[in-house]
Design a protein around this ligand. Sequence first.
Ligand SMILES: C[S@@+](CC[C@H](N)C(=O)[O-])C[C@H]1O[C@@H](n2cnc3c(N)ncnc32)[C@H](O)[C@@H]1O
Length: 348
Amino acid sequence: MKPDDTSDTIPSLVLQHIEIFVCPVCDAGLDVSADRQEMRCTGCGLAFGCEHGIPLLFWPNEPTPRMDVTQDVKAFYEENPFPSYEDFDSPWSLREKAQRGFFSRLLDEQIPHGARILEVGCGTGQLGNFLGLSQGRTVFATDICLNSLKLGQEFKQKCGIDSTAFVQMNLFRPVFKRSFFDVVICTGVLHHTSDPFLGFRSILKLLRPGGCIIVGLYNTYGRVPTDVRRLIFRLSGNRFKFLDPRLRDRCVGETRKRVWFMDQYRHPHESKHSIGEALGWFDQCGVQFINSIPKPTAFGGFSPDEKLFRANPRGTTLDHFLVQLSMLLSGGREGGFFIMIGRNQGTG
Ligand SMILES: C[S@@+](CC[C@H](N)C(=O)[O-])C[C@H]1O[C@@H](n2cnc3c(N)ncnc32)[C@H](O)[C@@H]1O
């Protein structure tokens, strides 16, 4: 365990990269105080503290005419940190579990040594900690929810994962310089914000030209089975929980089941999106479509050694309809979630 990660001081990974941090309010650079207890803006002079080795750089959204859900969503996750560490107690168990999930395994195998990775909305930080197990990477895992970040930080400290640092950040108020990261990962987050497309543009700015963005969203069709189950649970007073595959899975611990139930069925805000809509975001922002899970073409399968970052055809409207219909018919596994991968062409 490194001494700098045991206290409330700014962690060494942040110190090493202090030149990439900016103030969430005015965008000027940040300095670290001599006692390493806070970061201070060189422009507006605001000071930001640090708790459990997590710089507290959260700043609320600008007031907008649109309803802003950030505070409600933050309060929800402070109560229900997602997805929790119940099933892991060591780097080996984390690695073993992550490698069983083919997406995280492929990411780990295919993101190059030395890559600078930003995870936005990392929750309790399993992916950020897993990717940081490989030496040579720099991983910043960020979220608005301090209780989730603390769980990630606790695990990181216990396992001595030096390549990952946790930072509290609102994705609408980024705290990193533009164009720094090679990979930006944001799964399961934008659909819990008031303006997912604005959020997408906000995090895309942090990606270097040529870098890859990975976005996971609830699918309009794939989410229908969850919506139906939510209605049944509500009408039946939460009986019939066995209808959700994860809630009846004996291998999933009680804490993870409770957190899953809250996240899927009691969330204060979610939106749904289609493959075509996400492709529209890519087109408007100068992002080339590379890959998606599921593939955007009908009958396009994923191989166990899929090249995640090799360009694929983007499919037709009919393809998208069939792919999304099959998500619905298969019962909306993983909550009807789809993942899009794109390359920043730097023209957006
Ligand atoms: C469903 S969890 C996903 C966690 C993780 N990415 C995963 O896939 O397991 C959604 C996360 O998004 C975070 N989040 C929501 N709005 C956010 C915002 N405006 N900025 C940063 N994080 C946000 C929440 O705090 C929560 O931890």
